[in-house]
Ligand binder design. Structure first.
Ligand SMILES: NC(=O)c1ccc[n+]([C@@H]2O[C@H](COP(=O)([O-])OP(=O)(O)OC[C@H]3O[C@@H](n4cnc5c(N)ncnc54)[C@H](O)[C@@H]3O)[C@@H](O)[C@H]2O)c1
Length: 348
């Protein structure tokens, strides 16, 4: 390291990239934002102004040569993750890679191998594992508050109209990847097991503009699952919902139930005769998980500086990609898909 702080370059200064960049620019201890890599000039200039940053690379490969960069946060569209992560690992940079980790299990294997070969940290961006309410729920289950876990239900529904690259299932793996990767990881985390079989149904109900050019695109999906340890799972996902950002978890046990997350932003309810009960909905994942992203970024820096394993490994990222692909196969083939048993290994 060139300085006593970990030098971080954020690759891709779009919606999620800016959240990480702002964190590393001042909200995370023992780290500093050194540069961004962003090919879109307008986006890059705007980000540099906002971040008061003077180092911008149009091509991420230029950042690989920069000795002041110790670590890279990969926040480009998913299809580019594999090439960037492998190149970063080969250049000796530690890596925080946004979810979904990649497009296929083979790509994930290449990324994991590159990180292992070069002895660098590889962490995947499942920030719900750093969210206080999810962490508290997990602790409650560990302490036996609801008995044995029977069913884990998780949903994520977002207000945003997808970016163009997200309409193309070949480029994004669809909402199961872009939205529900988090739910898939949460189910693995709370069942402490691996998916055994999935069955998913999906359709495009709200995005008529995508129907002709992207006939496979879906904006609403439901997936049920069985786990290797016998537990049950269910996920639903949606984009372009218009009513707000909705991320909720319910865990049913043999002796109780546990709920995480609410749709209302503030807990304040206003009531009057003309409008009845009124409370604002959560607007975006940016508001709901602000602190989780900061804890995630801090966890990454701590893992690098302390030489400890990252809290969310390449294996976690890979298993979520595997489930996404099985879910998309189930949608296309209209039948349940068993996950390849050779590759299912219980979480250690
Ligand atoms: N953890 C979360 O909750 C969360 C939330 C949103 C997005 N994401 C993930 O973050 C990634 C980016 O999503 P987004 O919504 O920010 O997308 P976005 O389209 O808003 O931003 C992507 C940025 O990457 C840039 N880019 C494209 N190719 C690049 C390259 N080769 N090198 C450097 N930059 C490049 C684009 O110009 C754009 O500015 C996706 O993998 C997405 O799934 C995660």
């Amino acid at each position: 390291m060139k300085s006593d702080k970990l030098g971080v370059c954020v690759i891709g200064a779009g919606r999620a990239g800016l959240i990480h960049a702002v964190n590393f620019a001042g909200r995370v201890k023992n780290a500093r934002l050194t540069a961004i890599a962003e090919p879109n000039r307008v986006t890059a200039e705007q980000a540099c102004r906002e971040l008061e940053l003077d180092r911008h690379y149009p091509d991420y490969r230029q950042a690989l040569e920069d000795d002041a960069v110790d670590a890279m946060v990969v926040v480009t569209p998913t299809a580019y993750h594999k090439d960037i992560v492998v190149a970063a690992a080969d250049a000796g940079k530690h890596i925080l890679c946004e979810k979904p980790m990649a497009m296929s299990v083979a790509e994930c294997d290449a990324m994991i191998a590159a990180a292992e070969k070069n002895d660098v940290v590889l962490q995947i961006g499942f920030m719900r594992r750093f969210d206080q309410s999810f962490v508290y729920a997990k602790e409650q289950i560990k302490q036996g508050a609801i008995g044995d876990v029977v069913l884990v239900k998780s949903l994520t529904r977002g207000p945003s109209i997808p970016q163009r690259w997200q309409y193309d299932i070949a480029k994004s793996n669809g909402p199961l990847a872009e939205v529900n990767s988090h739910d898939i990881d949460t189910l693995r985390w709370f069942t402490e097991s691996e998916f055994e079989q999935v069955y998913a149904i999906a359709g495009n109900y709200r995005c008529p503009e995508a129907r002709q050019e992207f006939p496979d695109f879906y904006d609403n999906v439901v997936m049920v699952a069985t786990f290797v340890n016998g537990m049950q799972g269910s996920i639903d996902g949606a984009v372009s919902v218009r009513y707000g950002y909705d991320a909720r978890l319910e865990v049913v046990g043999t002796e109780g139930v546990l709920f995480v997350g609410r749709l209302d932003q503030s807990g304040v309810v206003v009531c009057n005769l003309s409008s009845g009960l009124k409370t604002p909905a959560v607007e975006s994942w940016r508001n709901r998980f602000t602190e989780a992203y900061r804890h995630e970024d801090q966890g990454f820096v701590d893992a690098v500086l302390n030489g400890t394993p990252s809290a969310v490994s390449g294996h976690d990222g890979k298993m979520a990609v595997k489930v996404v692909n099985a879910g998309n196969q189930s949608i296309m083939e209209k039948k349940p898909i068993r996950l390849n048993e050779d590759e299912i290994s219980l979480i250690g």
